[in-house]
Design a protein around this ligand. Structure first.
Ligand code: HEC
Ligand code: HEC
Length: 442
């Protein structure tokens, strides 16, 4: 029985196209095992529903989210000013200069402004590279370290992070009131509180700026002076900003890459080198063990041995370990009072355990050709450098935690490295419509 199967497979794999006299089977011919693996990588599936965000698929929210994304009025003062070379967005102290778009640029929404371009410069230099947001709503865990468990929590972090937009939720609520009141009220109940109008007799209930003490330099900040009810009112506006931004990000998806067309049967859509690279990716090089699914990420966390380096990267980055603490304590996680479905069970069983040290989320690889430099602090300039890194089995020092056993020398030839790069370059799909990348802010 086994023998017969073997013959059937041999016949199948040795059917050479006319005119091909090579000894090796032609690259279009995949074994059944390879075929099954490839079928799991394409096409891009429909987005998972997000029950924690009631407006995730509300088109009005996506329209408003686009406005928010391009609006720099939400941001606070710059800490690092433009020195003529660093790409900073203005002079020290300038306010209203940083939009989401400032770090998520171009068709693929990644940072090409900060110089050096390894980590992102907002108000100040951050620790990480700004990733592409195209197809990012497919992830279950957001950010390099998964410190957000929903796409709507990511924007909240950007707003208040002193190195990113250096703003605060009170400022945000006032900006929403001043510029987007009607659009907000059309989507959410309750409507914005009229006391957010500075001319309202009760305007003192909502100071112009402020956020919770833990992140404030001023220990008796205006946030603490507010009543708990009023803080909840502001927190809800803050969260709704995130949910609206997430609704916009959900429409930013890209498919129909040459690789997708190849899997759909268009055999000439990718080169022979890319086809060999695909076989290595799912075979000898074992990339698919982590870069699985149609976004090429298992959405899990691994230590790959990427060393901390670069002008603005911290010497130590514990990745998932540090992220878990903030995630589990956050009032804005999927189990919290601002989640529209606090019972997903997603955070159950999670704890800040030592073995999470140094882990990062497997990065999706769609449009990766366009979005260098690579890795969480932009450690590698080119895809070839990345594949050479994996060929070595990762580096030996300069990172936290214990390397995943999958990281071991691969013994790839130089041609094989080129082939894997050629394959990675076939993962760029159609850019999203330019209408979606237009500044529509009020
Ligand atoms: C100063 C530059 C900067 C600004 C401004 C900024 N981001 Fe980001 N963004 C980043 C960086 C850097 C990361 C990765 C952070 C990390 O993992 O530590 C990121 C990550 C993200 C992610 C997660 C992507 C993924 O692959 O998991 C989302 C979503 C996101 N940003 C959306 C936004 C939105 C919405 C705004 C505006 C409210 C915004 N960003 C503003 C730099 C920026
Ligand atoms: C053990 C799991 C694992 C394996 C195996 C693995 N990767 Fe990764 N990959 C990751 C993780 C985790 C990251 C993010 C690492 C970081 O930034 O610190 C990553 C990042 C990348 C990036 C950077 C993407 C970007 O946008 O910055 C590329 C490219 C990449 N991997 C390609 C490959 C290739 C090619 C292979 C096979 C030779 C491979 N990976 C094998 C887990 C893995």
């Amino acid at each position: 029985m086994r023998f017969t199967n073997g013959i059937a497979l041999m016949l199948f794999t040795t059917q050479l196209p006319i005119g091909c006299d090579s000894e090796a089977p032609p690259v279009d011919e995949l074994t059944d095992v390879e075929r099954a693996k490839v079928a799991e990588l394409s096409p891009l599936e429909a987005l998972p529903t997000d029950s924690t965000n009631a407006v995730a698929d509300d088109p009005r929210a996506a329209v408003l989210g686009q406005k928010f994304f391009f609006d720099s009025d939400f941001s606070g003062p710059l800490t690092v000013g433009d020195d003529g070379t660093n790409g900073a967005l203005g002079a020290v102290g300038d306010e209203g200069k940083i939009a989401c778009r400032s770090c998520h640029l171009g068709s693929w929404l990644f940072d090409s402004r900060s110089n050096p371009n390894e980590t992102a410069l907002g108000s100040d230099w951050g620790a990480r590279n700004a990733p592409s947001l195209i197809n990012a709503s497919h992830y279950e865990w957001l950010h390099w370290d998964g410190r957000m468990d929903s796409p709507w929590a990511s924007p909240l972090g950007a707003i208040e992070n002193p190195k990113s937009m250096n703003s605060n939720r009170l400022r945000l609520a006032h900006t929403v009131y001043a510029k987007y009141k009607d659009e907000y009220d059309a989507i959410f109940t309750p409507p914005l509180d009229p006391a957010l109008d500075p001319a309202h007799p009760d305007a003192a209930r909502f100071p112009a700026t402020g956020k919770p003490k833990a992140q404030m330099t001023d220990p008796d900040g205006p946030w603490e002076m507010m009543t708990p009810e009023d803080r909840t009112i502001i927190n809800r506006i803050y969260v709704n900003f995130g949910k609206v931004a997430a609704a916009y990000l959900r429409v930013l998806n890209s498919e129909n890459s040459p690789f997708d067309r190849y899997v759909a049967g268009e055999t000439a859509a990718i080169s022979a080198s890319a086809k060999r690279g695909l076989k290595l990716f799912i075979g000898k090089a074992a990339c698919v063990e982590c870069h699985s699914t149609p976004i090429f990420s298992d959405d899990k966390f691994h230590v790959t041995g990427v060393p901390q380096r670069g002008e603005h990267a911290p010497t130590v980055d514990k990745g998932r370990f540090d992220a878990l603490k903030g995630l589990l304590a956050s009032p804005f996680n999927t189990a919290g009072m601002f989640s529209d479905d606090p019972n997903t069970g997603k955070l159950e069983g999670l704890a800040q355990v030592e073995e999470e040290t140094g882990k990062f989320r497997t990065k999706g690889l769609r449009q990766v050709k366009e979005t260098g430099p690579y890795m969480h602090a932009g450690q590698f300039k080119s895809l070839r450098e990345v594949v050479e890194f994996y060929d070595k089995g990762g580096e030996e020092t300069g990172f936290s935690g214990v390397k995943d056993p999958l990281l071991k020398p691969l013994n790839l030839t130089s041609d094989e490295i080129d082939d894997i790069v050629a394959f990675l370059e076939t993962l760029t799909g159609d850019p999203v419509s330019s209408d979606l990348l237009t500044d529509t802010s009020n």
